[in-house]
Write a protein that binds this ligand. Structure first.
Ligand code: ATP
Length: 537
C-alpha cells in the first residue's frame, strides 16, 4: 500500500530529500535534495526545458496548435527593482488569510485548518486539527472526547460528522476548537499576510532599499519582453520559458515539499494576438496535461480543473489547474501541480502604464489619492507591431506555470510501488520499487559483475567507464546480486547490466528491466545505443 509515511521514509533513507538544516533541528518549509533527489529534479527540469524550449521545432505546427510558434529561454534575477512587484500586483494583492490562536499563540492559514462537527448531548462543536488526512478523523475524535471529558468507554456517546471541512467554509469561528487549543473560540478574525520575503539592499538599509525575493519567475519574463523581441528574431506567437527559484513566506508550509517557502518554478509566458488567445489557452492547457502523462503520471490520479468565474485571478479570462491525487490528501481531493492562466494584457500593460485596477472593465490604471497612477509603470512601449499587417497591439499572454518540486513529489508518489519479485533462490518476496520514467530516473543503469573475480570486475569497469560518458550510471560489486538489484529498484534505476561467465567468452551482458524483470542479452558494443533507445523511446 502506498502511504505518505512510506514515501517520506524512503526519500530520507535513500537520499532523495532531507529536511534543510536538519542537524540544527530543521527549518520549516525548506528542503534539501540528496544525491538521488538532485538528479531526479534536474532530470525533470531538463525534460521540461527540452520538451518546451530547446527541443521545440518552430517549423512544424503541432497537431492541436493554431499555428507554428517559437520558444526561447531566459534566466532573470531573483531580486528585481521593487517597482516590478508594485506593478505586478504582488505588493498589494499577494496575500493569504491567516488567523492567530489567542490561547496557543500559534498562527495558521485560514483555509488550511480542517475539522468536523462533533456532537455530545445537545452541544455541537467544530473540532479542528492540522494532522495529515490519514489521521484526521481519528484525531478529531480523540480531541472531541477530550474536550467533552469523556473516557474511551464512552466513545459511542459522541457523533463525529462525516464531512471534513476547512475553516473558511464555516460562517463563524465561535464554536471552533482551534488545532492547539483547549477552549472554544480562540481564533482571531482572518487577516491578510503578504507572502513576499523582504530583504534590504546595501549597507544603509532605508525604506527605499527594501526589495523582495521573487515569489514567481514570471515577472522577470515580462520585464524582459522587449529585450527578447529586440535581440532575437522571434515574432508573435512565441513563448519565453524560465526555470528558477521562487520564494513565498507560506504561513503553514506542510505536506512534505508540496508547500515550501523556497521552491523552483518552470514557467512559460506565451505571447499572442488577442484574437487567438483563447485558442492558445486551450492548446497549452491540453499540451501541459499530456506532458505529465507522457512522463508517467496516471490518468486516474490527474485532473484538469477549470476555475469558476469567481475564483479567477483579477487579470484572468480563464484558468485551469492540473491537479494530482497526492497521497497526503483525503480520498477524492487533488493538489495543484501547475496552473495555466489566460492573463490577457494585464502584465504588459501594468509594466507599461502603471498597475491596472482589477475592478475596472476595460482595465484602467489604478489611481492614488492625488489622481496620479498609484504605482507608476516603466513608461516603455511594450506593444508589438505586426510587420505583415502593420497592426500595433499589446499581446495577450497565456501562462503555464509549473512547480518543479511539486512535480518531483508527484512523480515520486506515483513511482512508489510494492510488488513481488523472486529472490536469488527463486522465492517470491515483496519488493519496493520506484517506477520512475527512465527519463526522470536519477540513475539510468547500474553495472554489476556477477562475482568479484574471474576478470568480471575488469569488464564491468570498462562498460561503466564507457556509459559514464553518456549518462548517470552506478557501479556496484558488493554483496549478492539479488540484493544489488533490490537497492537499484528502490532507487528507481530502470536497467541493471550484469557481467557474467558468458560475457568473458562472447562479450555480451544481460540487461534487466526494473518493471518487467525481463533479462535480455546484448553485445557490449551495443549497450550504449540499446540504453539510449530504451530511455528516450
Ligand atoms: P497554491 O494555491 O497551492 O498556493 P498557487 O495557485 O499560489 O498555489 P501559482 O502562483 O499558480 O500557485 O504557482 C504556480 C506553481 O508553482 C504551482 O502550481 C506550484 O506547482 C508551484 N508552487 C506555488 N507555491 C508553491 C509552494 N509554496 N511550494 C512549492 N511549489 C509551489
Amino acid at each position: 500500500m502506498k502511504s505518505m509515511e512510506k514515501i517520506v521514509s524512503l526519500c530520507k533513507r535513500r537520499g532523495y530529500l532531507f529536511q534543510s538544516s536538519e542537524i540544527y533541528g530543521g527549518i520549516q518549509g525548506f528542503w534539501d535534495y540528496g544525491p538521488l533527489g538532485v538528479e531526479l529534479k534536474r532530470n525533470l527540469k531538463d525534460a521540461w526545458w527540452h520538451d518546451m524550449i530547446s527541443g521545440h521545432n518552430e517549423l512544424v505546427k503541432p497537431e492541436s496548435a493554431p499555428t507554428p510558434f517559437e520558444m526561447v529561454g531566459l534566466d532573470s534575477t531573483i531580486i528585481m527593482h521593487p517597482q516590478v512587484w508594485k506593478c505586478s500586483g504582488h505588493y498589494d494583492l499577494f496575500h493569504d488569510h491567516m488567523v492567530d490562536c489567542r490561547e496557543s499563540k500559534k498562527r495558521y492559514r485560514f483555509d488550511q485548518i480542517r475539522g468536523r462537527w462533533v456532537e455530545y448531548q445537545d452541544k455541537k462543536v467544530f473540532v479542528t486539527t492540522m494532522a495529515e488526512a490519514e489521521q484526521e478523523l481519528e484525531e478529531v475524535r480523540r480531541r472531541g472526547m477530550k474536550f467533552f471529558r469523556l473516557r474511551n468507554k464512552d466513545a459511542d456517546k459522541i457523533t463525529v460528522g462525516d464531512e471534513s471541512l476547512t475553516l473558511d467554509k464555516l460562517d463563524s469561528t465561535e464554536n471552533v476548537l482551534a488545532p492547539d487549543a483547549k477552549s472554544l473560540d480562540t481564533l482571531t478574525e482572518p487577516r491578510e499576510f503578504n507572502l513576499m520575503f523582504k530583504t534590504t539592499l546595501g549597507a544603509l538599509g532605508g525604506e527605499d532599499d527594501t526589495t523582495f525575493l521573487r515569489p514567481e519567475t514570471a515577472q522577470g519574463i515580462f520585464v524582459n519582453f522587449k529585450n527578447v523581441l529586440d535581440s532575437s528574431r522571434v515574432g508573435l506567437p512565441f513563448g519565453i520559458g524560465q526555470v528558477g527559484k521562487s520564494f513565498r513566506n507560506e504561513i503553514t508550509p506542510r505536506n512534505f515539499t508540496f508547500r515550501s517557502r523556497e521552491f523552483e518554478q518552470m514557467e512559460i509566458e506565451f505571447f499572442c494576438h488577442p484574437d487567438q488567445s483563447q485558442q492558445w489557452y486551450r492548446y497549452w492547457r491540453d499540451r501541459r496535461l499530456a506532458w505529465y502523462k507522457e512522463l508517467g503520471l496516471s490518468d486516474e490520479s490527474l485532473i484538469m480543473r477549470e476555475h469558476h468565474q469567481e475564483e479567477l485571478a483579477h487579470y484572468s479570462v480563464g484558468t485551469a489547474d492540473i491537479e494530482y491525487a497526492f497521497p497526503f490528501l483525503p480520498e477524492g481531493e487533488y493538489g495543484e501541480l501547475e496552473g495555466i492562466a489566460h492573463r490577457g494584457d494585464f502584465d504588459l500593460r501594468s509594466h507599461m502604464e502603471g498597475k491596472l485596477d482589477p475592478s475596472t472593465r476595460p482595465m484602467q490604471v489604478e489611481l492614488g489619492e492625488d489622481g496620479k497612477p498609484k504605482y507608476r509603470g516603466s513608461g516603455r512601449d511594450l506593444s508589438y507591431r505586426d510587420e505583415a499587417t502593420n497592426e500595433k497591439f499589446v499581446p495577450h499572454v497565456v501562462e503555464p506555470s509549473a512547480g518543479a518540486d511539486r512535480g518531483a513529489l508527484a512523480f515520486l508518489c506515483e513511482a512508489y510501488t510494492e510488488d513481488e519479485a523472486p529472490d536469488e533462490k527463486g522465492k517470491m518476496q515483496t519488493r519496493t520499487v520506484m517506477k520512475l520514467h527512465p527519463r526522470l530516473a536519477p540513475i539510468k543503469a547500474a553495472v554489476f559483475p556477477l562475482v568479484k573475480k574471474d576478470g568480471m570486475p575488469e569488464v564491468a569497469h570498462e562498460i561503466y567507464g564507457e556509459l559514464k560518458r553518456h549518462m548517470n550510471v552506478f557501479y556496484d560489486e558488493k554483496g549478492a546480486v539479488g540484493r544489488r538489484y533490490r537497492r537499484q529498484d528502490e532507487a528507481g534505476t530502470p536497467y541493471c547490466i550484469t557481467v557474467d561467465t558468458d560475457t568473458l567468452t562472447d562479450r555480451t551482458v544481460t540487461i534487466r528491466d526494473r518493471d518487467t524483470l525481463e533479462q535480455t542479452r546484448v553485445k557490449i558494443d551495443d549497450v550504449v545505443a540499446d540504453l539510449r533507445t530504451r530511455i528516450n523511446g
